[in-house]
Write a protein that binds this ligand. Sequence first.
Ligand code: ZN
Length: 478
Amino acid sequence: MTIQQNEFTKWYIETIQNADLMDYTPVRGCIAFKPDGYEIWEHIQAEMDYHFKETGHRNAYFPMLIPESFFQKEKDHIEGFSPELPWVTEAAGEQLEERLALRPTSETMIGYLYSNWIKSYRDLPLLLNQWANVFRWEKKTLPFIRTSEFLWQEGHTAHGDEEEARHETLQMLDIYKKVVENLLAIPVFDGTKTESERFAGAIDTFSIEAMMKDGKAVQAGTSHYLGTKFAEAFNIKYLNKNNQHDYVHTTSWGTSTRLIGSVIMVHGDERGLVLPPKIAPTQVVLIPVGPFKKHPEILEKLDDLYKVLKAKGIRVKLDDSDLTPGFKFNKWEQKGASLRVEFGPRDFQNNQVVIKIRDEEEKITVALDRFMDVIEEELKVMQKRLLEKARQFRDANSHVTIDSLQQLQDHITQSKANKNIPGWILAGWCGSNICEQKVKDETKFTSRNIPFNPPIKKSNCIYCGNEAKHTVWFARAY
Ligand SMILES: [Zn+2]
């Protein structure tokens, strides 16, 4: 499939439109999620939510409007977010006394409330999550990947000490990694963000990073250790066991609907959407073929199969519309249905069905008495295969032998000439913001993260050549 950048974006937009996942609206950068797009999000939500609750978190909801004065309390936070904030300035025909921002994230509102809710060590840890929409007025937008309004979850926790808060931060990153790999079949690198890429107001930001089919990176989830910065800004203090007042240590962590965009960019192909079965709105589509209208037994049998699959909890559709089989095949491939089952008079005679697996070339013929076993097995195998394919692709495009800016520039030039993607590079970094910025200015490669487990350790900074403090993934990123 095409991987040139402008063509990839065009392919991406066509794919999500053909799959009927979203629509544009008259509000710039704000999309409507159509049912199939929203259902993918619901599957992600369900799995995330299960793990949040397993680890002791509960859901709550906070207001979408945040007073301007709240943002002023944490200076890094306002600096980081103010350029993208939309404001409400009047209501009921009158100017508001104080402007209200449409939330870009909720640390400030939650900080204000936690200062009332937390009084003693008995109130800790406080482990809450919110499922909500947030706003960041983006200049350049791309459906699901970067929009002015998006859906996400934001966890906000408060702890008695640093050790516990740091443990929480990494625990949640690990949950993200597992869900993204096991549910979305997207392999990720987990690691620490450099200072310049840190969340506005965080002491440490950790991320999971995924590679798209055009070689660009998507930050698929982040988890922040906020130290006592927000506690000090909002005066969140508790009485400890020694009867002394202490600031709490807070964390926040989030994943968003850009995971939908990522899953499309990682698995999609020239025929359209390819979805891991665990999140596919349609796992099996049943399609009558041949002169089935003259044989009522065909639709009767398909109806039986439909009921058996449905009873097993499989998301199944029976497409008995009057479109041609070829048109239906194309439509359900575009929509990313995992398995297509074809059944006609000849199959009826032979007691068999023909199955086409979305990401495989060959069709398979299956005896009807093995139908259910094969369906369940193929869904499981496809889920695993997609992760494996994505891992192979990522590893083939992760370069670990580039050690200077010149080598990186040559690599980019060569990739372009050979119509390859430049992918990611693992390089040493001395820790200076200037070196990081220079790499970005000259190649558009930005630091993704400092991986917890780098495949190899680098000894020299890619820009200045001095001793490397860190080994960093660099890539172009969405
Ligand atoms: Zn350097």
